[in-house]
Design a protein around this ligand. Structure first.
Ligand SMILES: Cc1ncc(COP(=O)(O)O)c(C=O)c1O
Length: 383
């Protein structure tokens, strides 16, 4: 059994450069989407084995055959995606797929519809890097429903890409089969390429993860799906993920990829294999802990007048509405940093539809959360 209460703060402040590193002693970070737990030992052993096997020569472009084999088995069994090794490509991190999809699909002046906004900031950043335009299909943040009528209205002759995050960062929604079928129908009607980021598939507390690419063979060909290891397995530093897509788009993506990277890091691929082969017990324990932390965090925020916090079905995030305090999300994060010495992310980072919210990462110990919410409560009651 992993002890999710033992958080090594000294280690985190030294090594977790994005989440903990920037902040001084005594500041609690509930910001960047790291989990604060040590990675499963089976993953470390997988890497050590690969080192001993001297996996040093250049490998296959798409990934080492033994790694692709277990990934295809998982895609077929868990995601109902009928992938074989030609359909899969190992890549250095999930974020790389966001870049690649935009680089591949968008030209200056094109539009990419984000379903739904708010969304993980690199979606927007990579659209802008392609000199294209992000178009938001807003999510109702009160009832967290997708507005699929609105989605249809957002498609224009310039739309080239439909970008989906499911389970959704930052709201933690898990889209239903019916919602995904409607998204799929819209993509088919307008012959759009879909990018589907499914990185949080292993952090679901309620609901079922359904991959868009599993809906039918046409969807498998028009959807670039990405899965990764950075969140539920807690190994973002190894920079490893995989993309899956069937047919002409995958062939075209591979051509571009092979001019950029020879292949993903061999040791990171060994970590990915170990995560898939040995990771199920770890995932089960992690989800049990995170569900408790979610319930605790929602209950704590629910006691603070003026905060409205929907219950996320997935992800390690809460995305409460703080607009009643009449501060922008930027002002609120600064206030909490100064007054409570707690770091959270501002909703505006997730695009204009995220304004009026903050994002809180609850993937830590209960004692850390208790201290953070004690401080947040005192600070908010002062406003
Ligand atoms: C939706 C989403 N996609 C991609 C990433 C980046 O993942 P990776 O570290 O595997 O590049 C994140 C990280 O927070 C994320 O939330």
């Amino acid at each position: 059994m992993t002890d999710f209460e033992t958080i090594d703060e000294t280690f985190l402040r030294k090594r977790a450069a994005q989440k903990w590193g920037p902040w001084g002693e005594g500041v609690i970070s509930l910001s960047v989407a790291d989990i604060d737990f040590q990675a499963p030992p089976e993953i470390k052993e997988g890497i050590i084995r690969a080192v001993r096997e001297d996996r040093t020569p250049y490998g296959h472009h798409g990934g080492d055959p033994d790694v692709l084999e277990v990934i295809c088995e998982k895609l077929n069994r868990v995601n109902n995606i009928p992938a074989d090794p030609d359909d899969v490509h190992m890549i250095p991190g999930t974020m790389f797929a966001i870049f690649l999809a935009c680089y591949y699909a968008l030209k200056p002046g094109d539009e990419a519809v984000i379903c739904p906004g708010p969304v993980y900031p690199p979606f927007m950043e990579n659209i802008y890097n392609s000199e294209a335009i992000p178009v938001f299909n807003p999510l109702s943040l009160q009832n967290e429903r997708l507005d699929l009528e609105d989605l249809k209205q957002r498609i224009s002759p310039k739309t080239r890409l439909l970008m989906v995050s499911n389970p959704h960062n930052p709201t933690g929604r898990v889209f239903t089969r019916k919602e995904l079928e409607e998204i799929a129908q819209t993509a088919k009607e307008h012959d759009l390429l879909i990018f589907s980021d499914e990185l949080y598939e292993d952090m679901i507390y309620e609901g079922e993860h359904i991959s868009l690419a599993s809906l039918d063979p046409d969807l498998f060909e028009r959807t670039i799906t990405v899965f990764g290891f950075s969140k539920a397995f807690g190994i973002p530093g190894y920079r490893i993920a995989y993309m899956v897509c069937h047919g002409k788009h995958m062939a075209a993506l591979k051509k571009r990829l092979h001019g950029m990277i020879v292949h993903a890091d061999t040791l990171a691929q060994a970590a990915a294999k170990a995560a898939i082969v040995h990771g199920s017990p770890w995932l089960k324990e992690l989800r049990t802990h995170l569900r408790k932390m979610r319930d605790y965090s929602v209950a704590r925020l629910g006691k603070i007048p003026g905060v409205f916090c929907p219950i996320p079905q997935a992800t390690p995030f809460l995305f409460p509405d703080i607009s009643s305090f009449e501060k922008t999300s930027e002002e609120m994060t600064q206030y909490l940093r100064k007054e409570a010495r707690v770091v959270v992310m501002k909703g505006a980072d997730f695009g204009p539809p995220g304004e009026g919210h903050i994002r809180i990462n609850f993937a830590t110990s209960r004692s850390m959360l208790k201290e953070a919410f004690d401080r947040i409560e005192v600070a908010l009651l002062k406003i």
